[in-house]
Design a protein around this ligand. Structure first.
Ligand code: 13P
Ligand code: SF4
Length: 364
């Protein structure tokens, strides 16, 4: 058998040449391959996706797909979810293995276990705490949640998942995005004082035993650097210029931004709300740049003005890593009988992570 095609042969191809190869190899692979694309993917890649969506929609898609190869144009944790939820004979592929998620990297296993042990010295964790992880986390954290009778959530089902969790136990330990946890908890009527932040670099999370006993939600101190760029002042100054503006934000944006927003929702929800809005409306959007640019373009014919909230162009640099060169490379290799960049979660970890993912799919 011939060797796998080397990536460096593709690095020098221009986007048009890659496009032609992607279209040709997709036709050859037919229904043996499905390409899933997250809404933050750049246009040059996004246009080749068979299905696009937010994390919840794409994880459902991975679970039901019959394709032998699931090529995930997204980030590493998404391809892990595809691997965990698909059949053992299916193969999940991430075109660029360096496409990670900085938020997911903020909750590593050692610090998570240390947090659990420290909490256990103060409260009865097994009977009073449900661990919940945002899907933007590594498989080992999902496995931790599965092992402790916990659950996964996404930005579109977080409220349902918190309700599920509180029906089981009185407290939630929420990983790794403090903002999604806080914004969701507040919408559900939990006061800010009962949502404390666990600083994983401090002993006992920087909290007193009393704060831990009184908390409803303990929020891991993680965040998304892309959504961190959105500030409440940007909303104020934009509204001064254009008072008619409607503001819509992803729940990974901070509490102050979400409080000033008219709508909060996942990527899929943001698209739906703006698309269905009345013509000639003006929108200020707090989420990743590629999505906002595409939406602005799409809505222009209806007279809708769609603006990006931050003054600097903050895009997700790891989502951006997937380019037509990497996509052409993995697909050409599949046609020539080679699997490159397979994402494979170790069996024991996958079994536990699956418990937490299945809990989510059932609860939402
Ligand atoms: P969605 O599930 O809303 O698409 O969010 C995924 C993500 O990574 C947002 O930063
Ligand atoms: Fe991770 Fe933020 Fe990129 Fe989403 S936008 S993948 S949370 S770094």
């Amino acid at each position: 058998m011939t060797a796998a095609l080397p990536l460096h042969d593709y690095a020098l191809l221009d986007d048009d040449a890659c496009d032609a190869r992607i279209v040709a190899t997709k036709a050859k692979l037919g229904n043996r391959c499905i390409i899933l694309g997250h809404h933050y993917q750049r246009n040059e890649v996004f246009k080749h996706a068979d299905v696009f969506g937010d994390s919840l929609k794409l994880s459902r898609e991975a679970a039901k797909s019959a394709a032998q190869y699931i090529v995930f144009c997204g980030v590493h944790f998404m391809a892990e979810v595809a691997d965990i939820l698909s059949r053992p004979d299916q193969i999940a592929i991430l075109p660029d293995m360096a496409a990670g998620c900085s938020m997911a990297d903020m909750a590593n296993n050692v610090k998570v276990q240390q947090c659990w042990d420290e909490l256990a010295s103060i409260i009865d964790v097994n009977n009073s705490v449900t661990p919940v992880t945002y899907i933007n986390s590594a498989a080992d954290l999902k496995a931790f949640c599965g092992r402790h009778d916990g659950i996964v959530c996404t930005s579109s089902n977080a409220e349902k998942i918190l309700n599920w969790s509180f029906a089981k136990r009185e407290k939630v330990l929420f990983f790794p995005d403090q903002h999604l946890g806080r914004n969701t908890g507040y919408r559900m009527g939990i006061p800010l004082a009962q949502m404390v932040t666990w600083d994983f670099n401090k002993p006992q999370g920087g909290l007193s035993a009393q704060q831990i006993r009184d908390a409803k939600i303990i929020l891991w101190k993680g965040h998304c650097s892309v959504h961190q760029a959105f500030k409440p002042e940007q909303i104020d100054s934009f509204r001064e210029r254009y008072p008619e503006t409607i503001v819509i934000s992803h729940p990974e944006a901070c509490f102050e931004v979400c409080q000033k927003s008219d709508y909060i929702g996942s990527t899929e929800m943001i698209l739906k709300i703006v698309r269905e809005a009345a013509p000639n409306t003006r929108w200020l959007v707090a989420t990743e740049l590629n999505l906002v640019n595409r939406l602005a373009e799409e809505c222009r014919p209806q007279g809708k003005q769609v603006h990006f909230m931050a003054p600097t162009l903050s895009m997700c640099s790891t989502m951006f890593r997937t380019d037509p060169q990497h996509l052409a490379w993995v697909l050409d290799n599949l046609v020539s009988g080679h699997v490159v960049n397979q994402v494979s979660v170790p069996h024991d970890q996958a079994m536990l992570a699956r418990i937490a993912l299945d809990n989510m799919l059932k609860a939402s």
